[in-house]
Design a protein around this ligand. Sequence first.
Ligand SMILES: [Zn+2]
Length: 230
Amino acid sequence: MSISKWKIKGIVDDFTECGCCGRRGLKRTVAMMPLDADGNEDGTAEDVVYYGTSCAAQALGWSHSRVTDAARAARAQRKESDSFARRMISIYAPLEFAPARDKIRVFYGRNQGLRGKGLKATEEVAQLLSRARATLADTMVSPARPSRIEDFRPFAVIFTRDERIHLVQPLPLGRAEREKASGPLLRCVEQIRGKLTIVAALDAESARDVAYADDLTREYNTQAWHALHG
Ligand SMILES: [Zn+2]
């Protein structure tokens, strides 16, 4: 085999057969992308191989523990980029078809430091969204993750009096169940004399971001949610 170098892309729990020696029933495999002579990733998702840790160690010329460390680091990194992608979609997807002036306001509101750098906010937003969607559609180490506005779920976010997030709680999709869930939430709001906001987002982490965002972002978020769920 001419390929001598690989980059570890992550650990996969679903693939339990080593693509190198064919051993089956492994607890997990290591996903590796071939590198070209210059050390750049040389291929697409189809070129990724899934090796057991021993074979991966042999292919890389690494110790077993170095392989597991690298695989763990890759997994953590993917988790982080997935989470970033969900936040970007939760913030910007509802704004995707908004007038340019609204995108500009939201984008520069969130990225004050980029003002006057000659960026086109509308293009930046489009790029952020397409990168985020590609991240969540990447099936190299796990099945595709939800990434559409249709996948947004409602979250109750309770702020304390000094504008800190006290609680983020997913709400049921059905209106009746949602109303039932609101009783305890309203009592909590009363108790801490806080404020309740309902936002729609891909996960709780993104819900926090949306809740903390500017009024315009939250307006579009609410509109998108109502457009889908009435
Ligand atoms: Zn093997």
